[in-house]
Design a protein around this ligand. Sequence first.
Ligand SMILES: *Cc1c(COP(=O)(O)O)cnc(C)c1O
Length: 767
Amino acid sequence: MKIYISGLYSGTNPQPGIGIARSLRAAYPDATLVGVEYSNRCSGIHWADLDEMWLQRPWEELNLEVYAADIKEALDAGALWISGVDLEIMWLASVFPEGHKNLLTPSTAALKKISKPAVEAHKGLPVSIPPFVTTERSDWELHAFCRQHGWKVWLKGPYYEAVRTHGWDVFDRVRTLLSRAWSTERLFLQTHVTGYEESVCFSAYQGELIDSVYMRKRELTEEGKTWAGDVTEVPEEFTTPLRRIIKELNWTGGAELEMVRDMGGQLWLLECNPRFPAWIYGSTLAGHNLPALLVERATGVPARREVNVCEEFTRVVLEIPVRSQFPLPSLPEPYPGGIGHSMKHPSGTLALAERLHKLHVMESDGNGNGNGNGNGNGHHGRTNIAEAPVVPSSFIDDLKAYNFAEMETPSWLFLESTASELFKRAAGLASKLSTSTLTVTNAYSLKTNPDERLLRIARESGFLAEAISLLEVQKALQTGFRPDQVILNGPGKWWPEGLLPTSPIHAVFCDSIADLKRVVASMERKELQAKIVGVRLRTPTVGSRFGIPVDTPEALKKLVDAIELLPRECAFGVHFHMASSNIGVGQWWHLYESVLRWCRSIETLARRQIECLDVGGGWFPDDWQSDSGDQFAAAIARARNFLPFVKQIISEPGKAMAQPSMAVAMRLLEFEESSEEEVTEAVVDGSIAELPMHFFQPHRILRQDKQTGEWQTLKHGKTHLWGRLCMEHDVVASNVELPEGVRPGDVLVFCDAGAYDRSMSYVFGRG
Ligand SMILES: *Cc1c(COP(=O)(O)O)cnc(C)c1O
């Protein structure tokens, strides 16, 4: 009996070859085990259970035709082949489309059905698929997906490789790296599930389940790989559908279903690997020698059974002698940078990925939006399948006011009707939600964008002005707000000295106990007058440098004692602010509820009625607008529930109003045109000095067709738009497609730049 085993890498993120060899050796002491490797750097080639070593050229150099013929010859001569490398399994499936009775790996059709992320074959199993989205969607939608899931997301490659991307800049960078590494744009973003990791591993031959085990990870490596685990029987509710699926897929070989069990006990399927896992010898120790049972089924030669079984296994690190015929190679040249384990496997899987891609072996089906039940809308085709983001029609209407031929660039464009609509809608909502006993009011945060046109629209829409400095207060007054329409907030609000209005302002919120004492003193001296004095609470559970902490008994007592000092003739209020665009929409609502509970406690302990609840901004415009008003109405009902004395609720949208209200026009300066290849680099006259939020959010980019005058949004593509500044990180857009017919000198309009892009833009590189 001769068995070829591949996938011998044995680092901290190991391949299963060594575990398979150990298992087979235990069951077949006399079999000839042949290790297959593509690099002499894999330490597994020195493992003593392997009788022979078939060391191949690296994948990038390997003559695949000759190699395929050699493998066929070996299989025809009666040898078996168990692969431990996903990509090799895909390649073998393409080499043997009809299968081979000695090739113990699944077919292409079966592999397609377990491909990520939707894992079509999971139906019937008691598992769900975590929500996911393909990166073929527009950046605008991908950003929305991340916000929706609180940035607890993974960017995943089509085969393996998963990187946590907790911010837009990380996402953008990792996407470029992974696409390049795996030669595909078809990556996907999937939500993170918190819980315990579990696996079902099985062995099957020609559609028959032979045996299966259940493994729970009990100790993990830093990369989250198994270091110890326990192995038990697979419950019947799992094996029944599994048996059916294996039949349907006509599965041959090992496989592992990787899952997470969340706090509620729900199982989520993360991936389905078409091979035995690296911990497979742990299963053998528990009395389930899955590789041997597979060989037994394929050959009819009985496997020797384990006698001493143990349900728990752990790993150790071993030193073993190096085979004399494969002395250690010289050290590789230092590899600069690189992420993820694709760089760490010396077996050249990346090179194989590239070759398979060219051979069209790995055209994975593009699965559309994940909705938890795996109904991907498979779309095919090699041309740009990316979707263009949609912009509101008011953007296009507003752009008609500009003459782009004459325009000096870069230039800010105010989108007047877009801005008015937004403020009008907010005003409408506030008045709809107000009752005879409770007023709902908006306040516009000046710092978000102090443009006078926005301040005028805000004032005309019944907004109060929210200021974080006395200079901002002065600006509000100069643009027509009355002092009693001003809210003062933040840690540095008394700067610069001497600019306090002489008549009462609407509200002031204290950022610390020291600030509160200063407010009390200032009010006693009759310098500061305000209708409402309140405190800003430091958000419990979500880290923040602002506000007064409440989450220890001592801190709470300090706050309660300080509230005693506040003048009785003022109404008392509470403010909290945490950007939902950072922490995620779901978590924001969770936080809101939690803050209401804290308010209730403060009200009781301080014996001071909370009459005003002031809720900060931080809403991404689309998240704010996607609410028809029902959620806000529910939020107000919640507030009334917890705070029976509340008379005014203030909402402070900043960027939700301002961000869509401006765009930046830039001109393409130059790029190299080529008839075959998509342009990969183009220089524009704008820069991150005009678009400083580039690192945090995508911008939808418009371009006007010269013939039709129609505006179109740029799709995802291969072009990087470099800014004009001589700085490495001055990239105003990565991965966009320049539409056909663009020329240097054409104008691109970067939308969604009306909030911090505008207010935090700086003068740089202008002499
Ligand atoms: C900045 C700020 C806002 C507005 O935040 P956005 O992120 O622009 O929506 C609202 N309230 C306070 C107290 C702020 O400091």
